[in-house]
Design a protein around this ligand. Structure first.
Ligand SMILES: Nc1ncnc2c1ncn2[C@@H]1O[C@H](COP(=O)(O)OP(=O)(O)O)[C@@H](O)[C@H]1O
Ligand SMILES: [Mg+2]
Length: 325
């Protein structure tokens, strides 16, 4: 709910003569973080004015996408196209900056400047930058493998990063909170199925495996078209240390209308990224209930009911039921 106080804040942001419009992004952040984000929104215009001066950038329009941050197209003094990402979750921006600095590959954007105290990151703009989610194009598995191995083969950072166990705990806790306020999710995925998925995920996370720096949020919204030559580029990492078989989960589910499609993708992708196909599929099984709930919720928000979506939800639920009791 947008309180009158927040409406006032967002209104004043919209009226700032010297900045791009921030009101739509402000409303999105209120929906994501709740009323607690109000003081951050009040300070946002001031931070942007300071960063613009300090980093000698022109601020253009806000990219009205994403969930945790405000992303603004800009241009550097050298004429380079860039984006400025700023978020109330400063810890997440700090980790994003650290992982982008760690990966030396064209498959992630180059970071130019960062201000961890403010939660701001200036990075190269990926062009054309269309997210997979928007183009709806499923990439060749070879391209996906190249993208994944470009992160997974970069050695270990000498930075403390959360483990896959931390990530599993976080994701299931967030889903549990969502289920609490949306009983339809519990009707779709029973508590028993939820528990089985979570147990399997925690077991997989605890098992010995190679440990690499994972992207951690490898979804079709965070994979952009980097144009010919460059190929796919992954943005918005949530860097996590652990099993390389964890990252592909969402891409194995994406647009899959039956379990065979998911297993076939796992079999083709696994050798190309140096993991066991059974392990890839086990990770998918552990997260299948969450994938079903997510598909159902996204569909309810964004599109009219579709037969395709129904099949995808059914496929994910069928896989979820494979988790040991
Ligand atoms: N380096 C970039 N180049 C081009 N577009 C970008 C870049 N970074 C972010 N974007 C755009 O901004 C959107 C939100 O960015 P993202 O980093 O995913 O934010 P959030 O953490 O809020 O999800 C992306 O979906 C993409 O469209
Ligand atoms: Mg994102």
């Amino acid at each position: 709910m947008v309180t009158p106080a927040i409406r006032g804040t967002i209104g004043s942001m919209r009226d700032h003569p010297d900045l791009p419009r921030l009101d739509v992004a402000g409303r999105r952040l209120v929906r994501r973080f709740g009323d607690g984000v109000q003081s951050w929104l009040e300070e946002l215009p001031g931070h942007l004015l300071v960063l613009r001066e300090r980093w000698s950038i022109e601020l253009h329009g806000v990219i009205e996408k994403g969930s945790m941050s405000v992303v603004i197209r800009c241009r550097t003094a050298q004429g380079q196209r860039a984006v400025l990402k700023i978020s109330p979750d400063r810890e997440r921006i700090y980790r994003e900056m650290a992982s982008l600095a760690h990966w030396s590959t064209p498959h992630v954007p180059t970071a130019f400047r960062a201000d961890p105290a403010v939660g701001a990151l200036l990075m190269e703009e990926i062009e054309p930058g269309t997210p997979l989610q928007e183009s709806g194009t499923y990439p060749a598995l070879g391209d996906l493998a190249e993208l994944l191995t470009s992160f997974h083969t970069h050695g270990m950072p000498d930075l403390a990063m959360p483990s896959v166990t931390d990530r599993v705990v976080y994701l299931f806790a967030a889903w549990a909170r969502e289920r609490h306020s949306h009983p339809s999710q519990v009707a779709l995925v029973s508590q028993e199925l939820f528990d089985r998925g979570q147990r399997l995920a925690l077991r997989l996370a605890a098992e010995p495996s190679p440990t690499v720096l994972l992207h951690g949020d490898f979804t079709p919204v965070n994979i952009l078209d980097g144009g010919q030559g460059r190929g796919l580029v992954a943005i918005d990492p949530c860097p996590t240390l652990g099993d390389p078989a964890f990252d592909p989960i969402d891409m194995l589910f994406w647009q899959a209308g039956d379990v065979d499609t998911i297993s076939r993708r796992a079999e083709l992708l696994a050798p190309a990224i140096g993991v066991e196909a059974t392990r890839l599929l086990d990770w998918c099984t552990a997260f299948a209930g969450m994938a079903a709930a997510d598909l159902e919720a996204t569909g309810q928000r964004a599109e009219p009911p579709s037969e395709d979506r129904g099949k995808r939800v059914a496929a994910a639920l069928c896989l979820a039921d494979e988790a040991p009791g």
